[in-house]
Each structure stands twice: as structure tokens, then as C-alpha cells.
Design a protein around this ligand. Sequence first.
Ligand code: F6R
Length: 608
Amino acid sequence: MCGIVGYIGENQAAPILLEGLSKLEYRGYDSAGIAVFNNNKIEVAKAKGRLAILSEKTDGGKSVHGTMGIGHTRWATHGEPSDVNSHPHLSNSGRFAVVHNGIIENYISLKKKLMDNGVEFISETDTEVIAHLFEHYYNGDIIETMIKVLNRVEGSYALGVLCSDYPDQFIAVRKASPMIVGLGENENFIASDVTAILKHTRNIYYLEDNEIVVLKKDSVKIYNADKEEIKKEVFTVDWDVSAAEKGGYEHFMMKEIEEQPKALRDTINPRIKNGKIVLDDISLTTEDIKNINKIYIVACGSAYHVGVVGKYVIEKMCRIPVEVQVASEFRYCDPIIGKNDLVIVISQSGETADTLAALREAKDHGARILSIVNVVGSAIANASDDVIYTWAGPEIAVATTKAYSTQLAVIYLIAAYMAEKLGMLTSGEYAKLVSDIEALPDQVAEILKSKEDVQYLASKFFNCHSIFFIGRNLDYAVSLEGSLKLKEISYIHSEAYAAGELKHGTISLIEDGTLVIALATGRDLFDKTVSNVKEVKARGAVVMGVTTEEHDNMEDVADYVVKIPATNEMLLPSLTVIPLQLFGYYVASLKGCDIDKPRNLAKSVTVE
Ligand code: F6R
């Protein structure tokens, strides 16, 4: 969950590295550093804190000369954020500089051996062992040295390595951590993700685990672990550069909230042809679907919340049992799972460590893996039997919005697709469902038109100490997401509860003025949730109800009401979540929080 950039070319490297790192700050932002080859030696500049501090220290990179370098923005795992723990790390002689994303699991034993050999360590990081291992194994051949180092380290890594003996090239590798190679004109790049280099090139190589890449300004060569050169296909990224820019918005999060209608259209429309859902991307046949014994949905955080919606929707539409579990639990629970089970893995980044490990666990049990992923060519996508991409484009804000929405859309497509194959829907029901799915982007756009109403409500409640979200069934599933959105960016304590469960303990926390956000969008359970609203009102709560235009009696019980358009009950989460995202955003904005980079968080969680 750190960000890496590397550059070799004809231009000054440091400003390019800093600019690239600014696009990767979402991956970690507690310190940053660069190493640039200059005058036959490696020059390093580092600073604890945001990238802006390093940028100021180096005059936007202008004070660091040289046309080849590597850079890093860190999310601390081993050792506190500090100048000394920041990357790049140097070997004792200064010959090697290393940036690393991931975790070296056996670093303690390696460190001990190296120290016994007289190596001096200056940081608390796991990464520093890599720099010293390079020095230890160096035989004058950088590729052979890399292979020897890789044979010793266990864990996950994306590495960029400069060696002062090689003024015209640097070397990189990845395993279970992301890294792409950017191919320019007389310049080449590495980066944790395409957004960092999109300004310079759209042509990239995706690297497989342990492929070693040697970058010169006019060539890129890739080798396997036997030092044999391998050929790769160039992939051309079709994102618009503006997709990764703020484009006049104060925060990426608001830009991404506003982008949801387009992201939904891009995800849904190509998969509906002549009124039918066409999932060309997957190889699951009707026979396979009929043979599914059970479906597991595995994910983390907001992606897990999509899974909770998925459980209700798939069970209702397909009558196949669905179990949804957070990946960090699934991977260690010795799941009872076999070859007739389908595991749906959901991940925006496609690199979340726990989700990837859960996927591997399920695969080891023989289950079939269908993943819903946003980042093309990511580890989770590569490890799956089938992938359905969410075409949300780059999501930069740490708190997800458009990725969540597009993941939901894919869940609907999968559920409706399977229900049709299983003969669970009449042709009329299917046609209506498909057209309701197609209508979602416009309905989301409609809700966004009244975002100022939510802003007004946020202005009334941004000083709250604790906020509860309640709902039943699908409304409960969306409550989980609304509560997470609010707490992660505004730092207000919040909990989501199944509305009927509150009175089994947690209602004791409700006191005069406590805000309860009650979601009551569905028809069948509306009255039940209204009863729960009355219970909390009777204990002094202030209630903000979220319901559809169909219900005109929420006003009788709630203090404030937010209305969303009506649609098929199963699809309502796509609409209900929008005011909740806006509420979290506006509350955080009024509190002056750092919305795109909330404290202690990083966007890609590549550690357990
Ligand atoms: C919350 C959020 C996280 C992610 C979670 C999984 O706003 O973004 O909870 O949903 O870390 O990340 P991915 O989807 O990349 O696996």
C-alpha cells in the first residue's frame, strides 16, 4: 500500500518522480522519498509527512539532478513514519537504492544474518534488508543479483532498484504487489498504477509475478527467474488523463460521486444487448449455473458491503444459498467449500491482500472464482477463473463511491443473468428488471441534482459525536456502507444496525439529540422500520429518514426526510447509497477533514 514510480529518459527525473508520486499518494501518505542517479552516485531526498514537504525540500525536484531515478510514497508498516524509515533505502556502500511496496515476511532472520556479517542497519523497515541483500549477493551482474535476492525473500513486493554501477539502466520486479511498466519515446517508467504515468504514455506492460524488468531510456527487457528474456504484449490504456485529475472539484471524492452516472452507464450498457444481459466476459454456462451448490461472496470493507447486498439479491432472485464473508475471516476459517461452489470475489483495486488470500484459499478447495474488479490486470483479476470488470475508471479518493456503485451494478447483472438462466423469471419480469437496471444511471443523476438538500442536513449534524444508521434487509446492507462512509472520512463514531436488532442492547446508547439515520425504502418492511423509528424517537433520537417517493408517511415520524426515486426493490441500494455518500462527504467537509486522504488509511490494503 505504498506507491512507487521510476523514470529513465532524457528529462530531469526528480520533478517527474514527484509528479507521479502525487498521483499515488492515495496509496500511502505518511512519508516520501526519491533516489536519483547523478554524477556517478545515487542522491537521495526523503521527508516525513505529505509529499508536499519533500517537494518543498527539493524545489519541486529541481534541486535534484539526473535523468534516472525511483520514488516512493509510504504507508508505514514496519517502523513509524520518519525520515529514516522512508524509502528509498540504501545499501551500506551507497551502491544500491531500493523502493519497495509490500512486506518481506522473513526480514527478521535475514536482518540477523546480514548483521552477523557486519551489515549496519539504520531503519526499522523490512525493506532495508533488500538493499543490503543486493550488496551481499552482487557479482557485477544486476539481473543475477536480483534473482539471488528473490530466492531469499518471502512475502510480497514491488521493487525498484538503482545501482550506481549501471548509469544507463535500473531494474524492477513484482510479486503479489502491483507494478506496471510504461513505455515512452526515449523514456520508460515503472509505477504502482497507471495514473502515475498516464501523462507520459498510455502504452504499458503488465508484469507477472517475479518477472524482472530492465529499463533503459530506449529499451525495456523482461526476464524470467532463469534469466531468459520474455516477450510481452503492449497494453494500451484508454482512460482519459482527466479521469485521474480533480478537474475543478475540491476533492476527488466529490468528483467521483458525480461520476457515478457515467461509471454506471459504462459498466451496464455494454452488457445489455437487445434487452438481454450478455456476460461475454465469463465462461460460466447455463449448466454450470444450474450445478451451483452454494455461492460465497468474499471481500473487504465497502466491497464486502456490496456482498451483503449481493446475498439478499442473489438469494431472492436465484434461490441459491449465498454466504458473504469478510476476506480476512474467510481465509482462516477453513471454509467448507468445493468444486460445485462459486466464489464471487469483489475488489476495486484487485490487490487487497486478504481478498487475494481468500481467493487462493477458495481455489485450493477447488471452487470456481468469479471476480468483480476495477483494475485491469490486477492480481485478483489474474488469479480468477472469470472476471467482470467494473468500468469505473481510476478511483483516487480513499473512500470508495463509484467503485462501490459499479460493483453493485455488476451484482445485479450477475443475479439477473443467473435468474434468467435458471428460469426464475417470466420473460415480462426479466424485461422489466433489465430496463430498471438500465434506468439506474439516470436515477442516480436525478438524486445528485438535489445534493444541496443533503448538504443542508449535514450542516445541522456535523457536530454530532455519534450517528446510528438503521435499516432492514437491503436497507441494512446500505446502512453498513453509509456508516462506514461517514466514519472513515469525518471521524464521527457511527454504527449500522439491523433496525430490529437495536433494541437488543445498543438502543441504550440513544439519548436526547442522537441522530439516527433510518433507511426505509422497501415496501414490505417499511412499516416495520417505521416502528423502530418510533422506538428511537421515544428515547430522544433525532431521525433522518431515507425513503422512496412512494412512501408519504415517513414525514409523520421522522424529523427530516430524504426522498429517492422508486424502482425495483432489489435495485434500491444503488439509489439509497447516494444521499449517504453525500452526507458523509458534506459532514467531513464541514469539519474540515482531509477527505481524500483520511488519517491512518490507504486505498490499497496490501497487508494482512
Ligand atoms: C472504504 C473503502 C474500503 C475498500 C476495501 C477493499 O471506503 O474503500 O473499505 O472497499 O479496502 O478494497 P478493494 O475493493 O480495493 O479490495
